[in-house]
Each structure stands twice: as structure tokens, then as C-alpha cells.
Ligand binder design. Structure first.
Ligand code: COA
Length: 332
């Protein structure tokens, strides 16, 4: 049988502070009713100031290793997706490697915003399928609160912080990573970005005064793109896996807005019992969203061996990614 990459363990980390919608009323003209009905978000976690993504990612990775009962020294590679690294360099994957004591691992970061985890999963799966590696840690983490302008009601209320880590290992039993589809469209760069802090606009007093170190987005453009692409890209991945939409047992869509999720769900013709929705608790946690969704599915006992799992996300770039996995054994 073909060698494929199976998700054999999982861990997550959510910072302890939970903020409700009312919290944001002190900074901008918003309210609980608007946020609930327009986005589906009720609460989100925010890390304490001074918490780097590596801290959350390290804790998620440690839980993942403990569940599998293996030592960090057995990890071959760490692929970490984030747009809120501790520092622009070194990569956050290096910090996690040191923190967990993955003495034999190499690793690197991937920047694909909300699609980051799916990109990282695809990359990690290639190392397993090729036979190059036997244990790859794939991590999605973001501390979005570090780049939010709390006075901007169009972005501040949407995002939360978190981390999720999965372990990939080879299987030859018909389960594992079946297919992926990815797209990028850099012409959409203006619609969702953090303008300053890179080589184009290094930090100056002016960039700070103009609030260019925060998330900026044109919500309506991103909304329309996400609805279309989440469905279209998913269909391509399902076809590539040799399946039909009705063969999908569970759909974990990126959690940016409940209305985007439900529109994509409708386009794919999937009933509620096949769709994970946890946006009400976590908001949009960017690269952490999909692994937090897998974790929710396991908590709710909605994934069993042999199930066809579809994951899809859209993010800044613009980036799009979908992956289809036939679920393997995972002790939870
Ligand atoms: C941002 C988003 C929630 C805005 O929702 P929307 O229904 O498109 O709302 P609009 O932008 O049309 O704004 C409608 C009104 O609500 C206002 N509004 C926006 N945010 C608000 C808030 N937090 N509280 C109260 N009112 C708000 C707007 O200013 C606008 O007011 P106006 O009519 O007086 O101009 C929505 O567009 C969205 O979710 N976009 C995609 C976000 C996303 O996916 N981002 C990450 C990519 S992975």
C-alpha cells in the first residue's frame, strides 16, 4: 500500500484570559449583539502582553508529544505556520525546537496567514510520503492580539490567540493524507496585511504614529473571496482525493466568520453534523484555527478511523488551501 502521512497525535494551547464582546466596547463603538450576529464570535482568548507565539507553540507541542508518549529527540522536523513570530528572525520553529529539546530536528516557519496550517500540513506530509522523515511536528500558532488596534472595530473583535500542534508519521494502511490544493493570489495583498515592520517600511516614529504595525483589512472583499474560494478549492481537493462531496464525513473550515462558514457549507451541500464550528469560543485564531478545529472534533468524538476529513482555509496573501485526510488511529 502507498505510504501516507497520518496525524497520530495532537496538542493545543489557549492562553488563560478569555475576553467577551463587551470588553471591546471600552475601545470602540461596537456591541455584543453586532459581533454575535455579524461574526458568530462570543469570546476569544488573548495572551498576556509579552507572550510570544513560541510559548503557546511549545506548550501545544509538549501536549502532542505526551499524548503519543515519545521524546522530543525523536522529532525529525518542525514545520511551523505563523504571521506573529516572536521575532522576524530567527524562525519560531527554532525557538520551539530548543524549548522542547528536539535535539535532532531541523525546522522552519511558513507565512500563509490563516491558510498557514494547511500549507504546513501539506509540506510536512511530503517529507513523510517521500520517506525522508518519520516524525514531523506541524504547528499552527498566532498571537493576533499583539498586532490588533483595539480602536479599530472592524478588526479588533475578530481575532483570538492560540496554538495547535499535530504529529505526522507514516502509515501504509489506506488512511492518511490523501490530497491537497493550494492557491495564492498576491494581487490581493492590499486587502489584508500588516503594512509596516518589514523591509519595505521598517519601523519609524511615522509608521507607529500612522498605526501601520497592526492588521488592516477590507472585510467585505475578503469575505466574498473567502466564501467563493473555500468552496471551490475544497471541491478540487475532494476530486483530487478521488471522492465526492457526500463522501466527506467531517469538514473543518477556517473560522473567520460564521456567515463565511455557513455559506461555504451550503455550497458544498454538507449538513450541520458534518461541520465543525467553534468560532463562538475562539474567534479567528489565524494559523491555529484548523488544529483547534481538529481538537474540537476529537473532544466532541466526531472523528473516527476511516473518516474522510476535509480542511480548508483562506488568508492574507491572498492564500487558499485545502487538504483531505482519511483519519487514522489517534489515542485521545
Ligand atoms: C469584517 C466583517 C465582520 C464586517 O462585517 P460586514 O457585515 O461585512 O460589515 P460591513 O463591513 O458591511 O459593515 C457594516 C456596518 O457595520 C459597521 N461595523 C463594522 N464593524 C463593526 C463592529 N465591530 N461593531 C459595530 N459595527 C461595526 C461598519 O462600520 C458599517 O457601518 P456603516 O454601515 O455605518 O458604514 C466581515 O466583512 C468579515 O468577516 N470579513 C472577512 C474577515 C476575514 O475573513 N478576515 C480574515 C481572513 S481569514
Amino acid at each position: 500500500m502507498t505510504r501516507r502521512a497520518a496525524i497520530t497525535s495532537i496538542g493545543r494551547n489557549l492562553p488563560p484570559q478569555v475576553l467577551d464582546n463587551k470588553h471591546f466596547e471600552q475601545f470602540a463603538a461596537t456591541n455584543d449583539e453586532w459581533i454575535r450576529t455579524r461574526t458568530g464570535i462570543v469570546t476569544r482568548h488573548h495572551a498576556a502582553p509579552g507572550t510570544g507565539s513560541s510559548e503557546l507553540a511549545t506548550k501545544a507541542a509538549q501536549e502532542c508529544l505526551e499524548r503519543r508518549g515519545i521524546a522530543a529527540s525523536e522529532i525529525d522536523c518542525i514545520v511551523l505556520a505563523t504571521v506573529t513570530p516572536d521575532m522576524i528572525f530567527p524562525a519560531t520553529a527554532c525557538l520551539v525546537q530548543d524549548n522542547i529539546g528536539a535535539t535532532k530536528a531541523w525546522g522552519f516557519d511558513i507565512s500563509a496567514a490563516c491558510s498557514g496550517f494547511v500549507y504546513a500540513l501539506t509540506v510536512g506530509a511530503q517529507f513523510i510520503e517521500s520517506g525522508a522523515h518519520r516524525k514531523v511536528l506541524v504547528i499552527g500558532v498566532d498571537v493576533m492580539s499583539s498586532i490588533l488596534d483595539l480602536t479599530d472595530r472592524t478588526t479588533s473583535i475578530l481575532f483570538g490567540d492560540g496554538a495547535g500542534a499535530v504529529l505526522l508519521e507514516p502509515v501504509e494502511d489506506g488512511t492518511g493524507f490523501l490530497a491537497f490544493t493550494h492557491e495564492v493570489d498576491g494581487s490581493g495583498r492590499a486587502h489584508l496585511n500588516m503594512p509596516a515592520g518589514g523591509s519595505l517600511l521598517p519601523p519609524t516614529h511615522e509608521t507607529i504614529d500612522k498605526k501601520l504595525h497592526y492588521v488592516r483589512q477590507d472585510g467585505q472583499v475578503v469575505f466574498k473571496y473567502a466564501v467563493r474560494k473555500m468552496a471551490d478549492n475544497s471541491v478540487l481537493a475532494v476530486e483530487k482525493a478521488g471522492l465526492k462531496n457526500e463522501d466527506i464525513d467531517l469538514f473543518i473550515p477556517h473560522q473567520a466568520n460564521i456567515r463565511i462558514i455557513e455559506a461555504a457549507q451550503q455550497r458544498l451541500g454538507l449538513p450541520n453534523e458534518k461541520v465543525i464550528k467553534n468560532i463562538s469560543k475562539y474567534g479567528n485564531t489565524t494559523a491555529a484555527t484548523i488544529p483547534l478545529g481538529i481538537y474540537t472534533a476529537l473532544e466532541e468524538k466526531r472523528l473516527k478511523r476511516g473518516d474522510n476529513l476535509l480542511m480548508t482555509a483562506v488568508g492574507a496573501g491572498l492564500t487558499v488551501g485545502s487538504a483531505v485526510v482519511r483519519w487514522s488511529d489517534l489515542a485521545f
